[in-house]
Each structure stands twice: as structure tokens, then as C-alpha cells.
Design a binder for this molecule. Sequence first.
Ligand code: ARE
Ligand code: CA
Length: 453
Amino acid sequence: SHVMATPSSTSTFVHLFEWSWADIANECEAFLGPQGFKAVQISPPNEHIAGEQWWTRYQPVSYELTSRGGNRAQFIDMIKRCKAQGIDIYVDAVINHMAHGNGISIAGKTYGNKQYPIYEPKDFHKPCAIKSEDYVNDAWRVQNCELVGLHDLDTDSPRVQTTIAGYLNELVKLGVAGFRLDASKHMPAKDIAAILKQLQHSPLIFQEVIDQGGEAITADTYLNNGMVTEFKYSVKLSHVFKKGRLASLKGFEKDWDLMPSDKAIVFTDNHDNQRGHGGAGDIVTFQDGKLYELANVFMLTYPYGYPKVMSSYNFNGDTDAGGPTEQVHQSDKLNCNDQLWQCEHRKPYITGAMRFRAQTGKSQSIQHWWDNDKNQIAFSRGDLGFVAINRGSQVMNVTLQTGLPAGVYCDELSRTSANDCSGKTVSIARDGKANIALKPMDALAIHRFAQVN
Ligand code: ARE
Ligand code: CA
């Protein structure tokens, strides 16, 4: 039976949305491994419908490993090269449904009339469409009807469960360490449990359940199966950073009615809500520039949930647009720029905050919280680290208790690597106090393991 894998409190993963397997392998070696990320969420690796739009990946035709990301050999090479760098691969598993209608796959296979290489018409629920009001008042329809016209698998049937488990087991055998279970809300928790029971190892499991409150199906139903995406966090954190007061973040875990920290996958934005899909909301994204970096600094330095950093591409307002045709790692150049791949995970403040989490994760306690009742905050991670964020328009200049021993510390956010002290420094006096000075829209994060001798 399924034993649950849990992430360590020091870990951060990144979603390399629409990156090819070759690019991900290169990124593990060039950046993710050396910097200390824990894992990568990849786009669905299974055979999908043909087409340019990013969302073709969410219309499976079979579980063969042929996709826009690459072929089976490239997939295996990516897993091996990332693993050598200490990086796990999490697969986005699309198992609630198969492709809509009739057509041709990326591998040139035809499908239609609910006939696919691995499924036949009797493996599906009788068609009915999920309507928006169903989310509020009809749990049965949400789980048994079709999500945006995608043919709904009968996940209650032993044959379907075995086929899905076969797919997941094959991936685990190839070295995959975790799964995002797409559209989990659309599968009864007991069907997911029956599938997970057939897994031969214990991958990390997180279920995509959008629960903002007020619906017939709630996220807590899924907690026994593993972790769950905490969408309230994305919406509320975005709201605080865009329109609210950072001071209101004090003790937010209690105020926001969130799931337990060890069950929650947290993110500022995801591939759906950053482009108006999946119910969206007013979400903070790369398009918000420095504000986005500060929101990520908060997410990564605060001990709540398992954080996922989003890595996007410029879509020029076209919410269906697929990724750039240029690879990220193109022979001698790196295509991380405003026009192409955004590479948010490479923004120094975001990478630096990830390194801070890796160094301070052993202390889960928040101490010495300070705020100016507006948009300046500071807190310590027990006696391991200290963070300050100024999202206001005034300079921040205060003397604060840091909870750290006397010394001169290197700011993890503004230094260029984990081996130098090229950014800000903070001097802490014998009483643990320090002068904290920050320009508007700036932050710092210091910890025990980066001091000037
Ligand atoms: C595309 C076209 C459709 C077309 C369909 C079939 O856009 O117009 O009908 O193809 O031809 C993604 C895209 C979809 C895309 C689909 C398949 O977002 O636009 O459809 O791929 O190619 C609900 C689900 C949630 C889901 C979101 C998008 O509950 O699980 O909708 N999110 C996941 C992925 C998506 C993916 C799918 C599921 C499908 O992250 O990327 O879709 O595999 C409230 C509810 C939410 C609900 C939301 C939107 O907020 O609380 O539960 O989310 O409304 O309806
Ligand atoms: Ca279903």
C-alpha cells in the first residue's frame, strides 16, 4: 500500500512550464543543482493531441512518452542527469480524462469516438458537461461529467485504475520521484486512493484541487492521499502584495483558513491563473516585476507549505500561446529574457530566498515579528535567520531585534553567489539588534551560515 513521501522543510521546487527535456537536463546541471533546488515539475510527458497551444499537453491520447517535451530517450536522459545533480523530477499526471473529440496526436496517431490506443468507449463515463454552477452544488457532476469537453475516464473501474497505476509505476521505475495529479477535484478521493495503493514505491503526491471555499468539493477530502495545492494561498498572498498591507501577513496561517503546512503546496501563481485559466483571480506574476520578486521572497523565507517557484514565458497577452520556439539553452546563449523565457527561478532575489530556506528550514518558528502597520515587515526564523521586506514607498530604517548572535552577515538575496559577500551586509550587535535599512521595494535575508569573518 502507498506510503507517503514528504518533502523536507528546507526544500523548494520549480515548475519549468513547457521546457523541453533537453533544456531541463541542462538547467539541472547549469543552475538548479549548484544552487540547491530540490525538484522540477515538468509538463505532462505523455502522448497528447497535436497543436501549438500550451494546453494540448492536457489532452492525453496515450501514456506513451512522446510529447512536445521530447521522446522517451530524452526523458530518461533528463531524469538521469537531474538526479546526478540531486534534483528530483515530478510528473504532471493527466489521469482524469483523455483528449476531446477526434483528431491526431503529436505522434501521428488518430483517436476519436472515445477510442484511444489504451482505452475504449466502455472506460468512460456517460457524457454530460460540467457547468459552472455544478462546482457549487453538484459534487457528482464535477466528478462524473466532462471538464471542458474532455472525455471523463471511469476512474472507479478496476481496469482504468490498473491502466493508470501502470503508467505511474512505469514512470517511477524510470526514476520519477513525484506526481502532480491534474484535475484531482474531478476524481473521487477514493478512486485516487485505489490507484495509489497499486504503486510499487512511494513518490511524493500532490493533488490539484482548486478550493477557494464555497464549493461542493473541498480540499480536505484529499489530504489522506497526500499533499494538495493550496490555492487560497496564491490568491490571498497576491492580494496582500498587490493591494493590501504586508503587516496583515502576521499569523496569516490562522486568518486564511489554510490546510496544515505539511499538506500544502504553495505558489504565488501557477500556469493557469497567471494567464486567466482555472478561475484565475488578480494574481501576482512576472509581469509585476519587483513586486513579484518580493512576494516570492516572502513565500520562500516563511515556513509554510512546500513552495513551488513558477517559471514562465512571455505570452504577449495570448492566453493560449505555446512557449517560445527557441530552446532556453541555445548552444552558446541562454534565452532567459523579457521576450522569451522568463526564468523567474533565476532572478537573484528568488534564488537567494530559496537558498535562505535551505539554510534555515530546520527552524520552523517565527520570532521577533515586526511591522510598521503598513508595508514594512521583519521576522526571524528562530535563531537561524532574519528577513526584512519593504514593499512601501518610504525608506525603511529601523533598529530591530534579529534573534541572531553578534556578527556581520551577508544578505543572501543581493549577493551574486553563495560563496561571496557581494551584496548588502548587516551588523548585529551583542544584544542581537541591528540597524535595518531598505529602499522602497527591497528586501534582505540573512542567516547563520553566511557571515563575514
Ligand atoms: C481546451 C480549451 C477549451 C476546450 C478544451 C477541449 O481551452 O475551450 O473545451 O480544450 O477541447 C487546460 C486549459 C484548458 C484546456 C485544457 C485541455 O486550462 O483551457 O481546454 O487544458 O486542453 C477547473 C478544474 C481544474 C483545471 C482548471 C483549468 O477544476 O482542474 O479548470 N486545471 C487543470 C490544469 C489545466 C488543464 C486541466 C486541468 C485539464 O491545471 O491546465 O486545462 O487537464 C472554478 C473551480 C475550478 C475550475 C475553475 C475553472 O474556479 O473552482 O475547479 O478549474 O473554476 O473552470
Ligand atoms: Ca472525473
